[in-house]
Design a protein around this ligand. Structure first.
Ligand code: MLT
Length: 412
């Protein structure tokens, strides 16, 4: 038998969303026909915009014609998409990111996990708690996390996000080489302020740290005083990688496309102590382990930067934001302690009965036939909370809220 990567044995049996899905399957087996409203994983419900479909249809036709057929594409992604990103997501907002600093991928999740290839096995990690489980789990797989005691890893510094600090991450208490941040935050829905981000950028400069900034929900920031990109902060290009996704803006959860920005200025320390370009390392990693996202999908993504595409994205995001606000307002009115739901598709809710997250999750499932995500799955600070999403249809969202209101009356 092959000796396995034993770090995998340190992980919990299954990934958070797989465990939720398994629990739902078991519930459905026992309650056939139960009309469950999914508000758990952040999966979108609106179909692809027409302009994306048209662009992909044309790309399929190109691939079916010998004169326009394309084989392997550039591992970094096609220039037509990298140009569009550089222009529309950055330069038009006053941020100078060149196409050479942009790497197209099959989604933010893959990049957030794969980035772990380019920093040292003994790097000290800091991550927000609660946070996207990929931040921790992939570092456990890489053998960086150390020893687990009561749900916490010895080599991971947890940035405790709690109601007391409005779920904004504090700076690390001990030296951190790599810092994972997410804003708007999955799962709490809170958005880091410019000041808070600037403190992290300053910390990273002073401590030679790398910030990995998960910006998958940036399109949900409608308040202009809040930052969408970490590169809005002076000096961020020397210390931060930004990861983005088309999943939650344009119906791409099943299509798979996102991108990562690794600025030219970003350096790491090589074996001889000399600076090494992280952009070149990431390029080397991607060209070795990745053959690029599909041409057809990249054509679909590029269509999002046309006037119609931009309009469609705005409409999608506004639709989900309206759901999220409705969930937030309704739950607040019902007396729930609730966070997020503004500038974010996620709503973070504290149990009104002081239960743990999984008990609250089960009560929502059994009494309201709503599936949520137990907050503790995102870290110890998530205990006692669940996360709901605004990604369902507006009619299902209203029906879900009606059921929660009914439960609240029945429980009191
Ligand atoms: C979530 O529900 O947290 C996200 O959908 C997970 C993901 O994007 O992989």
């Amino acid at each position: 038998m092959i000796k396995i990567n034993q770090n995998f044995q340190l992980l919990s049996d299954s990934y958070l969303f797989s465990k939720v899905a398994q629990t739902l399957r078991e519930y459905k087996d026992k309650n056939p026909g139960a009309d469950i409203i999914r508000m758990d994983i952040g999966d979108v419900t609106l179909p692809l915009p027409a302009t994306v479909r048209d662009a992909m249809h044309s790309a399929v036709d190109e691939m079916g014609d010998a004169s326009t057929f394309r084989g392997y594409g550039p591992e970094q992604g096609y220039l037509f998409l990298r140009d569009a990103i550089s222009e529309h997501d950055y330069k038009s907002r006053g941020i100078d990111i060149s196409p050479d600093e942009i790497f197209i991928s099959d989604g933010a999740k893959s990049d957030l996990g794969n980035l772990s290839d380019i920093y040292a096995p003994d790097c000290m990690i800091a991550t927000i708690d609660p946070g996207y489980p990929v931040f921790t789990d992939t570092n456990v797989m890489a053998g960086r996390a150390g020893v687990e005691t009561n749900g916490r890893w010895s080599n991971i510094e947890y940035l405790d996000c709690k109601a007391e600090n409005n779920f904004l991450p504090p700076l690390p208490n001990r030296h951190a080489d790599v810092i994972y941040l997410c804003s708007p935050c999955n799962p709490t829905g809170t958005v880091m302020t410019r000041n808070s981000l600037a403190e992290f950028v300053d910390y990273a400069h002073k401590n030679s740290s790398l910030i990995i900034f998960d910006s998958a929900y940036e399109a949900y920031v409608t308040d202009p005083s809040l930052p969408g990109s970490i590169y809005e902060i002076e000096g961020a290009k020397e210390v931060a990688i930004e990861v983005r996704s088309y999943s939650k803006t344009a119906g791409f959860t099943g299509m798979r496309c996102g991108y990562t920005v690794v600025p030219e200025q970003l350096m790491g320390k090589g074996a001889n102590g000399l600076p090494v370009s992280l952009r070149q390392m990431w390029n080397r990693r991607q060209s070795t382990k990745f053959n690029g996202a599909s041409y057809i999908i990249q054509r679909g993504a590029a269509a999002l930067y046309t006037p119609e595409g931009k309009r469609a994205v705005r409409e999608n995001v506004d639709y989900y934001l309206a759901n999220a606000r409705l969930i937030r307002d309704t739950l607040l009115n019902l007396g729930y302690e609730t966070y997020g739901g503004e500038n974010s598709p996620y709503i973070w809710i504290k149990s009104d009965k002081g239960e743990d997250s999984w008990t609250f999750f089960r009560r929502m499932l059994h009494q309201c036939r709503i599936s949520s995500t137990p907050g503790v799955g995102f870290g110890l600070n998530g205990e006692g909370y669940i996360r709901l999403t605004g990604f369902n249809s507006s009619s299902n969202t209203r029906e879900g809220l009606r059921r929660i209101a009914e439960m609240k009356i029945n429980n009191e």
